[in-house]
Design a binder for this molecule. Sequence first.
Ligand code: ZN
Length: 275
Amino acid sequence: MPFATSWGGCAFAVLLGLLWGSFANVCIYRWPPTEEFPEGRSVVKPGSHCSACKAPIHWYDNVPLLSYLWLRGRCRACGTSFSPRYLLVEALTGALFGVAWWFTLGMGGMYETADVRLVRFVIDAWFVFTMVVVTFIDIDHKLILDKVTIPSIALAYLAGFALGHAWWEGLVGIAIGYGGPWLIGELYYRLRGREGLGLGDAKLLALVGALLGWKGVVFSLFGGSVIGSIVGIVHLARARKEIMTTELPFGPFLAAAAVFYLFAEPWIELYFRLV
Ligand SMILES: [Zn+2]
């Protein structure tokens, strides 16, 4: 597979990531419940439109990154400015697809056959896409939606199979992923009298465990806590006046650590096999 493993393949992966990032924006914007739509909205119908003037956005104004820069982040019809967050989500997804390419089909891939590496890329790309959606919905609404995590747990378990995991590995991962945070939450509640980890976080970790096993869960939980503490300290230092009134969602930190582990795992496994 010369093209897939060439730098052209990398550029193609980034392009694919930009397009999926564009779709991630739609999911992030439409899936969460609102007063008008308690179940969230469809990501298919209606087509993209300006949230201010409802004018449909034509395909040529909907090209990832370029349209935003070309129109300077404004609606062509009414001139309302769109949040630069749209740009960030597209760029982030594009970059993560590029990294996923490098770690599977590129230089960072393991010595596996080309088709296994391609399957690994598809799974990694799907996983990072899901983590991007979870992260930004959690930032916006402090919510991790069941309609994202529950179907993804089933998909992740099947993906584990496709990568040759034993049938029980994903199940153990799901059990530890869901049970661990639940137990921590229970203990925290007994000790401190308030909620620590939510069940949304537990389902997110069950999703991580379904694909990456119990080690992925443990890594994400500890890695997420470390990233969360660092960001929390910075956040606290900057918002000295309104101390602790704004609680940070934990999902983005778990997702970041899980993505790190997703890419690092084959290398960590190799390291321990050699030691
Ligand atoms: Zn408009």
